[in-house]
Design a protein around this ligand. Structure first.
Ligand code: SAM
Length: 206
């Protein structure tokens, strides 16, 4: 795959043997146990922490990322954790292609990139793949992590309300379950303690 997104993220993942912790994201582990369904899509799965957690909790997962390095690490860890048979890792540049739906859960955690992309269009296409009764779960950074580079602190992080407004979903088809911020303590890449604000968007397709 030779796209700008692929090149950027391959460089990013090449910086270290592992970028992320391997643990699932907090909001996912708190919200998903309240859901029913069997088929999940993880958009921008990175090194697979969420996909593996979902598989360990009974879901069949399609986990998508643009980075072949991230996907290879995720597949290796899924094998080691005994969940490889429940996860279909697929490489897509989501600005170009998406996997086939439908899904009972479409999850996008921190699907952010410094490479320009029409994230709203991708999320709208992903929302269209949510089955009736299914969930669209988007968790974004609400503000820069304390350990982020200086330029990130000047970035405008759209609120959960702004993100949903941008999606322009049909209100007759979607019910808002949760829309707002959630705060948590976290450990940064170099072991720093920090306080993070996430934006949480949980929508249910009627
Ligand atoms: C900030 S990371 C989040 C990773 C993971 N969801 C997590 O919470 O740890 C964003 C991920 O999105 C992926 N990504 C960025 N742009 C993409 C695109 N156009 N198509 C597919 N994946 C993309 C990156 O490779 C990266 O793994």
């Amino acid at each position: 795959m030779e796209t700008e997104h692929h090149t950027h993220w391959e460089e990013r993942y090449a910086e270290k043997p592992r970028i992320w912790s391997g643990r699932a994201n907090t909001q996912l582990t708190e919200i998903v146990p309240q859901l029913t369904g069997s088929r999940a899509l993880d958009l921008g799965c990175g090194e697979g922490g969420d996909a593996m957690w979902l598989a360990e909790h009974g879901w069949n997962v399609v986990a998508v990322d643009v980075s072949s390095t991230a996907l290879a690490r995720a597949a290796e860890d899924a094998q080691a954790r005994g969940v490889a048979d429940r996860i279909d890792f697929q490489q897509h540049d989501l600005s170009q292609t998406l996997p086939e739906g439908p899904f009972d859960l479409v999850s996008a955690h921190f699907f952010h990139s410094t490479v320009e992309m029409d994230r709203t269009a991708i999320l709208r296409r992903a929302a269209a793949m949510v089955a009736p009764g299914g969930t669209l779960l988007i968790v974004d950074h609400g503000q820069a992590p304390p350990w982020a580079a200086a330029e990130v602190h000047h970035h405008h992080f759209p609120s959960a309300q702004e993100v949903v407004a941008g999606l322009a979903l049909d209100d007759t088809q979607w019910e808002t379950v949760r829309l707002g911020t959630a705060e948590r303590d976290a450990v940064g890449p170099d072991g720093q303690q920090g306080h993070l604000v996430d934006n949480v968007i949980q929508l249910r397709r009627r």
